[in-house]
Design a protein around this ligand. Structure first.
Ligand code: CMP
Length: 138
């Protein structure tokens, strides 16, 4: 069925000049943009968004990284959006990401991995609602 996922081009992807190339790959892969903005997360935003990881050893580093500069946040729609987007971005660690995936092409490291993709329909809805109001979704 047609469903939605949530993505962010993370601060490293923005800093390294990859916004255009990443959006081109996303739209060329059949995703429709439902919502999109250029924004920066505060520390409180990142701590809330990544609350599920707050016991992990890398949590502080993750919050520091995700707040250090602007991101592109977007909601995307397609048949099987969550799973297909995770295939398009590749494994969390770019060293393990399949050839041609967004992380293989544009990520720096496990922590600075260029893009986020929701891991379930439920989290896609939660994460999309974190960044966008109903009137920002089209
Ligand atoms: P993502 O899956 O988008 O959201 C959680 C993030 O935590 C993940 O991307 C990585 O950027 C980061 N992360 C996961 N594992 C590690 C790790 N071992 N060290 C540093 N960062 C990590």
């Amino acid at each position: 069925a047609t469903n939605r996922t949530f993505t962010m081009i993370k601060p490293d992807g923005v800093e390294n000049g990859h916004i255009g190339a990443i959006l081109e790959k996303i739209t060329a892969s059949g995703f429709r943009i439902v919502a999109m903005k250029f924004t920066q997360m505060t520390k409180a935003d990142a701590e809330a968004f990544y609350a599920v990881h707050n016991e992990r050893p890398f949590f502080g580093e993750l919050v520091e990284f995700m707040t250090r500069g602007p991101i592109v946040a977007a909601i995307l729609e397609k048949e099987n959006a969550v799973a297909d987007f995770r295939t398009l971005i590749g494994a969390t660690n770019p060293a393990d990401a399949a050839e041609g995936t967004i992380r293989a092409l544009y990520a720096t490291s496990m922590g600075e991995n260029a893009v986020h993709g929701s891991d379930s329909d439920e989290n896609a809805a939660i994460e999309g609602a974190f960044h966008f109001s109903g009137r920002e979704m089209f």
